[in-house]
Design a protein around this ligand. Sequence first.
Ligand SMILES: NC(=O)CC[C@H](N)C(=O)O
Length: 378
Amino acid sequence: MTGTPTACLALADGTIFYGMGFGATGETTAELCFNTAMTGYQEIMTDPSYAGQVVTFTFPHIGNTGVNPEDDETAEPVAAGMVVKWDPTRASNWRSVEELGPWLAKRNRIGMGGVDTRRLTRAIRQQGAPHVALSHRADGKFDIAALVAKARAFQGLEGLDLAKEVTCAQSYRWNEMRWAWPDGYTSQDNPRHKVVAIDFGAKRNILRCLASAGCDVTVLPATATAQDVLALKPDGVFLSNGPGDPAATGVYAVPMIKEVLAADLPVFGICLGHQMLALALGAKTIKMNHGHHGANHPVKDRETGKVEITSMNHGFTVDSQTLPAGVTETHVSLFDGSNCGIRVAGKPIFSVQYHPEASPGPQDSYYLFERFAEAMRA
Ligand SMILES: NC(=O)CC[C@H](N)C(=O)O
């Protein structure tokens, strides 16, 4: 880092990091997490599940593939800001249409480079996801005491329902498929299954994966009622990922999910959808120390013994001790043993804590979309 710092990150415990700002100028308060993925900064910044969070990237070269319209997971970046080791690398990639900095600036998101992200990551691991204030100003005149006070005043994600802020305003149909495998594999020739997907902050690649597995997808807003869902006479119901505290979102979503479960349809949930399915079945969710955010998290399928390398992004988790009888823990994290999947005995109702749609990350877990389609065929 050279020159006067133009960005400042204040943690609620009073720790201050200086760096060089990029993207928008201004100020934001948020919870701070770290993501260990080596690719996919654009997908991460536009993943609606990151609402209310600033993301520290542990991978040092951020910016080298630029940004392009295809890799957005939603229309706007949703993460509150980003912190990186170096100033963003110049884009050098055939798919790039824009540099990261101007792209962030247009979308009013703050970036900060020149930070010792190893030290910051250690702080996050030790303290638990800290509350922070991130400021970017060209004159570099920071009011440190005020920034620390703002970080302390941030209420955190516990108790926050953010799904309502990122969900779609109206229902819509989705038919676009994900990129085919190199060998041209997709399930587009399969019979179509009518799926209602509840959008708590859905990533586009989830909808693409559903379409590729043979689903004709209708997306409904987060506040849809069971009547709205069942009126569409779906063959299956999908519960999406999303930001915030599952218990808070569950205030309105869990009663809807309980009613849908009574209709005995195949149900598949991912991440927030997994957490809220677990709540609807009677389990509890808890806040994690610093969560799981990355693209190389090993998960064991307890039924087959197979290990999948998965993409993850969650700060809450299902407490497996609270799973009621009749609900099986199907997957566990090999990093910390936390719950990564459940299934209702004897019924085509299942969900996973991780992200089988990747974006970014490995594709090991795509089979879950096929499993959902298979359940609807049966
Ligand atoms: N990716 C997600 O759906 C995240 C779920 C939830 N907001 C969490 O942080 O645990």
